[in-house]
Ligand binder design. Structure first.
Ligand code: B4P
Length: 207
């Protein structure tokens, strides 16, 4: 990878690990659009679209939206011009079926790196309970938060081994301040992407 290339990245981790928080920083640093399936669904719910009506109940119960629907939305988004040189996927893929669908969308190209944000259940539940107080998201009640952790363990955690076998996994400790976690991600990604210290230093300094 050269300085002029963009990266095809994915961030994965349990609900509340800080994916959304870190995604915007990573996207800015590597100059790629951040694509969050959760954000796309929430925007559609807020806008009262047909898609929003289809997914509202599913999301509020902490279940996953069906693969077919989610895959279609991501395929449309990745076909847009700004994603042609690279992207950061946040919260997709979440199932083995979605991994296969994404492989098809990439048409022989592979992801450059997958960032795994690790955080234990008690810490992420506490974070999401705090967000519930601040933002009042409909899927941030304690019962639904715990259910989302179970869904992650059953359906999404197995993807970690799959990406590890592909040699593209970058595991990062998600506990600590937002800045500390961001620095760990940058260091891990620069190493994985083979970016020289100069590129990394420039990006860190905002140049
Ligand atoms: P998402 O929007 O992906 O929701 P999430 O997993 O809870 O992550 P989020 O980005 O919100 O939280 P984050 O960890 O950043 O998905 C929502 C729902 O959409 C899913 O349950 C599912 O129903 C559906 N869906 C989405 N994608 C799907 C797919 N591919 N297939 C099927 N269904 C899908 O942050 C959590 C909190 O922690 C924040 O309040 C933040 O301020 C705080 N935080 C972050 N970093 C911190 C730090 N270092 N210290 C302290 N607090 C921190």
């Amino acid at each position: 990878m050269t300085e002029t290339d963009s990266a095809r990245l994915l961030i994965i981790g349990p609900p509340g690990a800080g994916k959304g928080t870190q995604a915007s920083r990573i996207a800015e640093r590597y100059d790629v659009p951040a694509i969050s399936t959760g954000d796309i669904f929430r925007a559609n719910i807020k806008g009262g679209t047909e898609l929003g009506k289809q997914v509202q109940q599913i999301i509020e119960s902490g279940e996953l939206v069906p693969d077919s629907l989610t895959n279609e939305i991501v395929a449309d988004r990745l076909a847009q011009e700004d994603a042609a040189r690279g992207f950061l996927l946040d919260g997709y893929p979440r199932t083995v079926d979605q991994v296969h669908a994404l492989d098809g969308m990439l048409d022989g190209r592979s992801l450059d790196a997958v960032i795994l944000l690790e955080a234990d259940t008690d810490a992420v539940v506490a974070r999401l309970m705090k967000r519930a107080e601040l933002e009042g998201r409909a899927d941030d009640t304690e019962e639904v938060i715990r259910h989302r952790q179970e869904v992650y363990a059953e359906q999404t955690a197995p993807l970690v081994e799959l990406f590890s076998k592909r040699g593209i996994l970058v595991s990062v400790d998600g506990l600590g301040t937002v800045e500390e976690v961001a620095d760990r991600i940058s260091d891990g990604l620069d190493a994985k992407l083979g970016l020289g210290t100069e590129v990394g230093a420039n990006a860190k300094a905002g140049r």
